[in-house]
Design a protein around this ligand. Structure first.
Ligand code: GPW
Length: 836
């Protein structure tokens, strides 16, 4: 094996404690330096943004030094590294998290105090990095945090969207979308790396060229090239030596290619090409779990995959020397893992095959063996509308060479693997083929992933079981060890230490260990769950967090809520399968009961929603509108004596989640069983002492296993019961006819009670339950949900019982640390070793 010369000893000393020893005075100095020299700041004008930027820049200097040390150390130790390919990263804000992870929060707080600023207040200045839609993108962000914390060598690859997820506001209850401008004035966290730019070919045609040795070589003559420019965002590990990078690709026109146009004097036309190229990384597609099949999205996916694969090879060659001989690719397999975050980056497989064969003269069998060793794939959904299929015609036009490679993979797969197990079985061939035949033939991206990857994982045990049983049963028969599970997790740094400082302090003083690194240590709280003193401290913190949220609610919506009410929270993307409309139906029912009996004995409750709907998802937008209209009526109805309030917070995002979660009493996890692959909000809320009301779906099942049946409210159909209902033709009308409460609530929606003067505005929701067939079994689960809510209300009114439940939820969330998820990936899929 040819490698670059290695220095004999590791000269990098541990920087872990070095950053923690940076003094208050030094931090002040660094901030002042940036105020003076980078920002040329005239003090007195708009100080907060300037101090936020100067503080971020000062911190970034420290981080970049650590990044360089990490790189040197990782290169020296020649450890294997993982490349996480994801079209989405929901990073949120970075300042407070980076400070916590470096152990510099307190000293920076002190430094800023002497300058007249509250650090917590300054942190609010930063824009969220919202380069993702929901759970899948936030999971990627948590995984990067854990990889760096655990000192693994890892690179996140993503797209440098000019506009992340849209901003949401409400106008008369309707969702309005406006563009996200996260880097309008630049971001202090990103480093442009022009030297690592890539040139990406696409379109054009293939020429079959006869070789001297009698073989035929395919030569791709591209019709167009794009340029990929990388921006690196440093990823700081918590209390560790490691700073990894998230590398985001921005698309530009390839000037070299357009030189001709310039020379022919068509200056403006050349600029047009620049504009066209920039659209490729212009905007994040806002569809969560829904494939729209647009050409620009396909080009975006390919552009991202090609840049990332070329960069992975370039980094490898830079470290281990140019790879002219096939034998060197063995080393590649030993040093490189590539994880596909759902099927969105599937084209990376074809791009690596193409590069090995066309540019590095690797023969087919070896190239295929390499891809199988390097790639692994995570499946995040069973929903048919989210399973990506790209039209063969589009593939042919944009990526003709990649399509020809795909055909050959398919041929080998069908003729060798499928035929071996099911000889001459055309039905099986059609079912498993990478191509779905029909009026418009399509490429099944998930099939390509499963056929290639050495491991395919689901994201919670039940989901992984269903991936085996229902989604890919034949693949499981073909390769019995390929399909596996890695239950999701969340980083306790952002989702407890940074977002809930009061609770974090209590844990610091109660647990004699760095619980943010070893979350299982929280189980020591179990013995305090019955302790009246501890209960009082724990619930006093919850109360303070609720008071803080009360103020935020007032500021954002004008609505006054009482912190003595139950704070009942449903925060997640708006989707029928997540069933925000089940929650709404129950709210309407409670309201009806209160109007009938204003003395109804119940704990006052505030229902808090946060959710964005995909701009093209009509029913989801109608559910938002209906919730806002119902809220308006309830919140202004004095007859119910403030027993019920409904708050829909606008523009739900990571930084808003960080304010809601510490204040939640109840966590709504009410998806139709079998539909939510895992969920991760469920873990964040429980970790912060919220009690779950939920179905036996996704990770709820594992949360229930951890906390025990007494500390969670489970209701509704199980996966098997949902399947049985479907098998016997579920009839939602029956529930409407037989349950007077359901009938009264749904009929109410047809009137103009909630939309005065406009009857029928909310009827589409009722229609989706009845004429629409209620695909997500809302009516079937309603009664069981209402019963569970009643039990929950009763439990809350016993303060020590509730405190015990809340404490046990925090105590027993150790399993859901994303560090554990990462260790599972390392052991079963990536086989990395630490570098520190
Ligand atoms: F459709 N998830 C998501 F599977 O947030 F690709 N966006 C998506 O596009 C998809 C999945 C996809 C979510 C799952 O819905 C959620 O259950 C899971 O916890 C999360 O991914 C992370 O695994």
């Amino acid at each position: 094996m040819v490698t670059k010369t290695k220095t004999s000893t590791n000269t990098q000393s541990s920087t872990k404690n070095k950053t923690q020893s940076i003094t208050v005075a030094e931090i002040s100095q660094r901030i002042e330096h940036h105020l003076k020299f980078t920002l040329d700041e005239q003090i007195n004008v708009d100080q907060k943004p300037a101090y936020w930027r100067a503080t971020s820049l000062a911190l970034n200097d420290i981080i970049v030094e650590k990044l360089q040390n990490t790189k040197a150390r990782q290169q020296q130790s020649e450890v294997k590294s993982v490349n996480y390919l994801s079209l989405e990263y929901l990073m949120g804000r970075l300042l407070s998290n980076n400070l916590h992870n470096l152990g510099l929060y307190t000293n920076t707080e002190k430094a800023l105090k002497t300058m007249g600023f509250e650090l917590a207040d300054l942190c609010e200045q930063g824009a969220d990095l919202a380069l993702g839609n929901g759970g899948l993108g936030r999971l990627a962000a948590c995984f990067l945090d854990s990889l760096a914390t655990l000192d693994y060598s890892a690179m996140g690859y993503g797209v440098h969207y000019q506009h992340g997820l849209f901003k949401q506001s409400f106008a008369d209850g309707q969702q309005i979308e406006t563009p996200d401008m996260w880097r309008e004035f630049g971001s202090p966290w990103e480093i442009c790396r022009p030297e690592s730019s890539q040139t990406i070919p696409l379109y054009g045609h293939i020429e079959e060229v006869a070789q001297a040795n009698g073989t035929i070589k395919s030569v791709w003559h591209a019709g167009k090239t794009l340029k990929g420019v990388p921006w690196d965002v440093p990823i700081v590990g918590y209390n560790s030596d490691t700073v990894n990078a998230l590398r985001l690709w921005e698309c530009r026109a390839d000037n070299a290619f357009d030189w001709d146009t310039f020379n022919h004097g068509d200056y403006l036309q050349a600029h047009q090409q620049q504009v066209a190229a920039e659209t490729v990384s212009k905007v994040l597609y806002p569809n969560d779990e829904h494939e729209a099949g647009k050409e620009l999205r396909f080009v975006q996916q390919y552009f991202f995959c090609a840049c990332s694969v070329q960069d992975i090879i370039a980094r490898f060659e830079n470290q281990y020397g140019a790879l002219a001989e096939q034998s060197h690719w063995q080393t590649f397999c030993e040093k490189v893992a590539i994880q596909l975050n759902d099927t969105h980056p599937t084209i990376a497989i074809l791009e690596l095959m193409r590069t090995l064969i066309d540019n590095h003269n690797v023969d087919w069998d070896n190239a295929w063996a390499i891809c199988q060793k390097v790639f692994a794939y995570t499946n995040h959904t069973l929903l048919p509308e989210a399973l990506e299929k790209w039209s063969v015609a589009l593939f042919q036009r944009v990526l003709p060479r990649h399509l020809s490679i795909l055909y050959r993979i398919n041929e080998a797969f069908l003729n060798d693997d499928v035929n071996a197990l099911w000889p001459n079985n055309d039905d099986m061939r059609a079912r498993l083929s990478l191509i779905e035949e029909g009026h418009e033939p399509k490429v099944r991206m998930a099939h390509l992933c499963v056929v290639t990857a050495h491991r395919v994982n689901g994201v919670a045990q039940i989901h992984s079981d269903l991936v085996k049983q229902d989604l890919f049963p034949e693949f499981d028969q073909l390769w019995p060890t390929k399909l596996t599970n890695v239950t999701n997790g969340i980083t306790p740094r952002r989702w407890l230490k940074a977002c809930n400082p009061l609770l974090a302090n209590l844990l610091d003083s109660t647990i004699n260990a760095d619980w943010a690194k070893d979350l299982n240590r929280l189980s020591e709280l179990k013995h305090l769950a019955d302790n009246a003193d501890f209960q009082q401290q724990f619930m006093a913190i919850k109360q303070q967090n609720k008071i803080a949220l009360t103020k935020e609610i007032k500021k954002l919506t004008g609505i006054t809520v009482s912190p003595d009410a139950i704070f009942d929270v449903q925060i997640k993307r708006l989707h029928e399968y997540k069933r925000q409309h089940l929650n709404l139906l129950h709210i309407i029912s409670l309201y009806r009961q209160l109007l009938a009996n204003p003395e109804l004995d119940m704990q006052p409750r505030v229902f808090i929603f946060g959710a964005k709907a995909a701009p093209g998802y009509k029913l989801a937008k109608e559910i938002i509108y209906a919730t806002n209209k119902v809220a308006e009526k309830i919140n202004n109805d004095i007859r119910i004596q403030d027993k019920l309030k409904v708050v829909f917070l606008p523009n739900y995002r990571v930084s808003l989640a960080e304010k809601i979660i510490p204040a939640a009493d109840v966590s709504e996890q009410i998806s139709t069983a079998g539909k939510e692959a895992s969920g991760t909000g469920n873990m964040k809320l429980a970790l912060n002492g919220a009690v779950t009301i939920g179905t036996l779906d996704g990770a709820n099942i594992e949360i229930a296993e951890e906390v025990g049946d007494d500390n969670i409210f489970i209701f509704g159909l199980t996966v098997d019961e949902v399947k049985a209902l479907d098998a016997q033709d579920y009839n939602s009308y029956q529930y409407y006819q037989n349950n007077a409460e359901i009938r009264a609530c749904l009929d109410w929606l047809d009137t103009d009670y909630f939309t005065p003067g406009n009857p029928g505005e909310l009827s589409s929701i009722k229609e989706s339950f009845l004429a629409g067939g209620d695909p997500y079994k809302v009516l079937a689960d309603f009664q069981s949900y209402a019963d569970a809510q009643l039990a929950l209300d009763k439990a809350y009114r016993n303060p020590s019982q509730w405190a015990k439940m809340a404490i046990l939820n925090t105590a027993l969330m150790g399993k859901f640390n994303s560090d554990r998820s990462i260790e599972d990936y390392v052991q079963n899929i990536w086989h990395l070793t630490v570098s520190k």
